[in-house]
Design a protein around this ligand. Structure first.
Ligand code: CP
Length: 306
């Protein structure tokens, strides 16, 4: 059966089946082998970032340019009519009359789903509050498959801010398709939300919660570090209490599995010491680069060009 994602928004990773997810990863491999493919001639893609970004915005915009398309949009609401009080609904209705596809990051949970309901063109969610970051999830899956040779039967350790970190929410949901075993390492205040845990239970899979990182390193295939999301804390004092909870250092990887890889969605603050960067198990910069190929694949698939 052929797979088509033409005109399909991507709001949550759950919007796509495991077969559709793997289809995007396969197309991503094609772009990794040949990133210059002039598929978007004359197409306009809107890149609307209501919240800061380095990797997601720049990799999307690079992807569009490498595909021969044109980008419109903004990297902050400064200088837009959002500053005059224009609603998200009106902004999306207008932009969807200019562009063939909209990539949007917004600080409000659920904003991407809302945008997809008022837009006349597909929406790609580039992160909505602490809810979902499905394109990060795709590049995480791509990186896991590339380094482990499979997505199946892996032990994934997620570390840090599991409450506000949208990337781990998306990744748990996706890895539930592939019989993962999950280890969650966090301070009590930043545990994985019950809704995400329920997803694991519904899939009949196993998870364990830890407070000490050292306990889980020796049996992890993937160690997925995350930043404590300062901008999502209602009380800055609460952030101060937990901001330095976990710092991965090179010596801590001494007893890790040979296939173990350290991932991080980036940006990091101090949760991975720079002495890890030269360890062959550090994969976070290649992981971010993989985002380019996966985003090329996603754009091409949604526009019906792959
Ligand atoms: N991983 C990620 O979303 O990074 P940016 O915030 O820089 O886009």
């Amino acid at each position: 059966m052929s797979i088509s994602l033409k005109n399909r928004s991507l709001i949550s990773i759950n919007d796509y089946t495991p077969e559709e997810i793997c289809h995007i990863l396969d197309i991503g491999e094609d772009f990794e082998a040949n990133r210059h493919q002039d598929l978007l001639h004359g197409r306009v893609i809107a890149s609307l970032f209501f919240e800061p970004s380095t990797r997601t915005r720049l990799s999307f915009e690079t992807a569009i340019q490498l595909l021969g398309g044109n980008v419109i949009g903004f990297s902050s609401t400064s200088g837009t009519s959002v500053q005059k009080g224009e609603s998200l609904k009106d902004t999306i209705i207008m932009v969807s009359s200019y562009a063939d596809l909209i990539v949007m990051r917004n600080p409000i949970d659920g904003s991407a789903r809302f945008a997809s309901e008022v837009s006349s063109v597909p929406i790609i969610n580039a992160g909505d509050g602490s809810n979902q970051h499905p394109t990060q999830c795709l590049l995480d899956l791509y990186s896991i498959r590339k380094t482990q040779g499979t997505l199946k039967d892996l032990e994934i350790t997620m570390v840090g801010d599991l409450k506000y970190g949208r990337t781990v929410h998306s990744l748990v949901q996706a890895m539930c398709h592939f019989n993962a075993k999950f280890n969650f390492v966090s301070p009590a205040e930043l545990r994985m939300p019950a809704t995400v845990i329920q997803h694991i239970k519904n899939a009949g899979l196993k998870y364990e919660e830890f407070t000490e990182l050292e306990d889980v390193i020796p049996h992890s295939d993937i160690i997925y570090m995350t930043r404590v999301q300062r901008e999502r804390f209602p009380d800055p004092l609460e952030y101060e209490k937990v901001k330095n909870s976990y710092v991965l250092r090179n010596e801590m990887l001494a007893n890790s599995r040979p296939n173990c890889r350290v991932l991080h969605p980036l940006p990091r603050v101090n949760e991975i010491h720079t002495d890890v960067d030269t360890n062959p198990k550090a994969y976070y910069f290649q992981q971010a680069q993989n985002g380019l190929f996966v985003r090329q694949a996603l754009i091409a698939a949604i526009l019906g060009l792959k």
